[in-house]
Design a protein around this ligand. Structure first.
Ligand SMILES: CC(C)(COP(=O)(O)OP(=O)(O)OC[C@H]1O[C@@H](n2cnc3c(N)ncnc32)[C@H](O)[C@@H]1OP(=O)(O)O)[C@@H](O)C(=O)NCCC(=O)NCCS
Length: 148
C-alpha cells in the first residue's frame, strides 16, 4: 500500500470511490478545486494498491488550521488500516507545516468514522444541527497539534 499526494490524473478514481461511499456524492468539480489549486492550501492524499487508488483524503489549509473535508476508502478495502494511514499522513503533513489543529465534521450516525477519529486522538468540539439535512446532525471534531 502506497500513500502519496493526489494528482489530477487520480480524480476519475476519486469520483468513482466517492460515488460508492456516499448517497449524495461530491461532484467532480469539488475534487478539481481542491487538488488542482495553484496555491498549497488544497491537500489531497491517496492510498494506492497495485496501481489502483483505493482511498483518499482531501481538505484545505486555512492559515494554520487544516479543515479535513473528505476521507473515504473503497468498500472492498475497508478494515485494513487504510483510513488510519491516510489520516496519519495528513497529520504528519500538518505537523511539517506547523499547523495548529485539524478540524472536521462527521455525521452523528457514522460510527466507523467517529471511532477512527477518536482512536487517533480527536476530541468532540460541538454539534451542528441539520448539517447534512433535516434531522441529520454533525459532530465537530478537533485535534490539537504540537505544542500549540
Ligand atoms: C470511515 C472509513 C474511512 C474508515 O476507513 P477504514 O480503512 O476501513 O478504517 P481503518 O481500517 O483504518 O480503521 C481504523 C480504525 O477506525 C475504526 N473503525 C473502522 N471501521 C470501523 C467500523 N466499521 N466500526 C467501528 N470502528 C471502525 C476502528 O477504530 C479502527 O481501528 P481498529 O482497526 O484498530 O479497530 C471508511 O469506513 C469509509 O470510507 N466510510 C465511508 C466514507 C465515510 O464515512 N467517511 C468519513 C467521513 S467524515
Amino acid at each position: 500500500m502506497l500513500i502519496r499526494e493526489a494528482h489530477n490524473q487520480d480524480i476519475d478514481q476519486l469520483v468513482a470511490i466517492e460515488e460508492l461511499c456516499y448517497d449524495q456524492p461530491w461532484l467532480r468539480e469539488v475534487f478539481e478545486e481542491e487538488i488542482e489549486r495553484d496555491d498549497d492550501a488544497g491537500v489531497g492524499i491517496v492510498a494506492e494498491d497495485e496501481g489502483l487508488v483505493v482511498g483518499f483524503l482531501t481538505g484545505m489549509a486555512v492559515v494554520d488550521e487544516f479543515y479535513l473535508h473528505n476521507l473515504a476508502v473503497h468498500p472492498d478495502f475497508r478494515g485494513r488500516g487504510i483510513g488510519r494511514g491516510l489520516l496519519e499522513a495528513a497529520e504528519s503533513l500538518c505537523n511539517q507545516r506547523d499547523f495548529r489543529s485539524i478540524l472536521l465534521e462527521v455525521r452523528e450516525d457514522n460510527e466507523a468514522a467517529r471511532q477512527l477519529y477518536l482512536d487517533l486522538g480527536f476530541e468532540a468540539a460541538g454539534t451542528r444541527k441539520d448539517y447534512y439535512g433535516p434531522g441529520q446532525n454533525a459532530y465537530m471534531y478537533i485535534k490539537h497539534l504540537g505544542s500549540k
